[in-house]
Structures are given as C-alpha cells and as structure tokens.
Ligand binder design. Sequence first.
Ligand code: GAL
Length: 434
Amino acid sequence: MSNKKLYALFAVFVIVATALSACGPAATQAPAASKQVEVFSWWVGPGEADGLAAMIKIFQAKYPNDKFVNASVAGGAGTNAKAVLATRLQGGDPPDSWQAHAGEATFAYVDAKQIQPLDDFFKSSGFGAALPASLLPLISKDGHPYSVPVNIHRSNVMWYNPKVLSDAGVTVPAGGFASYDDFFAACDTIKAAGKICLALGPAWTAEHLFENVMIGSLGADGWAGLWDGKTDWASADVTKALDNYAKALSYTNSDAATLSDWQPAAQLMTNGDAAFNIMGDWAYGYFANPAPNGLALKPHTDFDWAPPPGTNGVFVFLADSFVLPVGNKNAAGTMDWLTVAASKEGQEAFNPLKGSICARTDCDQSKFSEYSQNAAKDWASNQVVGSLTHEVVGNPSWDSKVATALGVFVADPTKVSDFQSALVAACKSDGACK
Ligand code: GAL
C-alpha cells in the first residue's frame, strides 16, 4: 500500500471515530454524580418510621441519582428534633428539607426568613388545587405557599383496651363520653378494678392531654377563642377546664414523666395495664402496622377508639409538611423530594402506614383502614380546630411559656390558680392578649 493510500485510510478512520464519539456519548457517559438530599424529621420511632420509609422508597425509585439521607432525630412531637434543627439553622447548616407543622410553626420559619416560597411549584404541579381550602392559609403568608403538606393527623383520639373495659364493666358510649364527669365516673370503676385509667407519657404528652381536656371542657369555640383573644384565660370556664385537667392527671400512671415517649404510654393500654390513652392517630400506625415496627394489633378487638370526652363532632387537627430552605445545598434534589411528598402516589403510600389521612383530597380511600376512612369523613364534616402541642395554634414563644407553666403544674396539680395565672401572663406577654 502506497503512503498516499495509507494516509487516506488513516483519515477515514479518524473521521469515523470522531463521528462515533459525537453521536454516542449517552451510551458511554458516566452516570450523573449522585447528589444527597438530606431530609430532617422526627419519624424514627416505632410506628413513626414506616410511612417515611414508604415515601423514601418511591423517591429513590423515581430519582435514582438523588441520594436520600434520613436525618431523623428521635422524640415524639419533635421534642428533640426541633432543638437540633434550631441549632443547625442558627449555624447556617440547614438540611435540604425539614418537617414543619402547618400553622404557627411554618409562619415562624417564614418570619425568620428560613424558608422559600413555593409559588412556581404549586402552579406547575397543580398541588394547591388538590388541597382542602382550609389548609392553604396555614401554609401561606401574604398569599405565597411555603410548604408541602403531606398529611392531616387527628390529635383527639381516645384509644382504649376493650378487654380492660369489659372486665371492669365499663362501656364507652357511642361518640365517647359526653363530659369529663362521665369519664371520671368510669375511671373510678376502672381504678377499683385495679387498673390505670389513663396512660400518660413524658412532658409533651401531658401537653397533648391538656389540650384535649381544654377542648372537651370549653368546647371547640371556647378553645379557638383562647388563641384569638375571644376566650378569657382568667374566666371561670377556664378554671373549670383546668380543674378537669388536674383530675384527669390524678388517674394517670405515676411513672408517666419517666417514660421515654408516647409509645410506652400507649403500650400500657395495649398491654392491658391501662384502659385509655389519649393520643393522636399516629398511634394507629403503631398499633396496626406489622411487626417489628408496629404491634400488629387487631382494630376493635385488641384496641378500639372514640373521641376524647366532650369532643364528639370536633376534629382537632395538625398537618406535617416539608419546606424548601433558604440557602440550601441542593435545591433540585429538594424539589424532587417535595414532588414526591405532594404526589398522590407519595401520600397514598405514606399515610396508610402513618395513621394519618392525605393532605390531598383525591386519595383513593380503599387504600386506607376503616379508622382512616372514618377520620377522612370526620375531617370533612366535623368542626375543625387546631392543636397547640403540634403547632397549629399559639406561636412558638407562647407555646413554650404554656409548656413551662404546664411542667410546673404537672409536678403539683393542686396549684390550679397558680397555673391559671401563668397562662393569663403567657397570653399577655406572648399571645393574643398583648
Ligand atoms: C406530631 C407529628 C406527627 C407524629 C407525632 C408523634 O407532632 O406531627 O406526625 O410524628 O408528632 O411524634
């Protein structure tokens, strides 16, 4: 072969090789670098983690190049998580997204300029239209939506052990006990039968019980009025409600403060040591989910439920949502997470295991338990009020003053008048009575 021919052959080889490398990069390209999406929540305990795991599974299948980092901090109601998050935010180290309650908690992050508005996402995904109209104002400020609600939890549920009740000869009326007096009469019978009437856990569960007793004693309007200034914290009605709370505490287990969280308290009821436990419906997930995370109990047989005393027809709610931080490291990954959290598929996977109902109004009810199907009906038809413990009502500084006063009171529930004075002062210093 002549030099000329060799040169021509070489030139053809170069052209073909260049052309091949230009049209086939996708086949040979290395996969896009995996980017971590750190999501912060307190869903790590028994019954709490199952729903999150189901949503993570969908997220990883949909976005294989995103690496989910589960930054959950244990402790029901976010008792520990909120403190850890506050430190991280102060140090300029936000997670890529975090769990925020709709209502006062979300407003506080907006006011502190820690989260970004999600107008574009709401518009492009149509998510806003899939939410109940009543929820939008609780995640919005000045008309801009700031978080993606993933659920609605009911906080007013009175779980009970049917066997403990039937052994003691106590029946829960349809719709629950009409008043705390009726409930206390049942408690006396249960106590006489040698059982704890009302299982209670550590401090935050005492606040959870507090709000339930207040709502059951003052009524839904009376409760709502405490937060907008229409109900007088110094009134005789509030004194009566606080008396009920003191009496309810007298029927609880003496080791409540030493229990690690809500699950051991709930388990006192399922074990048959106690008759009742007033807790939100995340407890449903814990009771009914399969082992090892859940207790795999049978509804109506191993445990049953009714509204806490005086709250038939009232739905005390809270909603968990996720946010897009200011200054986050991976905005695209966060949007992927928010897309799953907002989706019908994500919510239908998460909520049946979490014990909550979808924040979306279009979820397929056949995927839910009988408990949750009824909760969805009640959410649509009951009088709805917000939870304090779970940050729908009462701004964070007000809530923290109430919690402090409550801690003092729980240690000595004879001091009703001191407690009431502290609550009046909290409303003046941090709340609606300013
Ligand atoms: C609430 C939260 C629920 C559940 C509960 C118990 O504050 O909104 O999703 O996790 O605490 O930890």
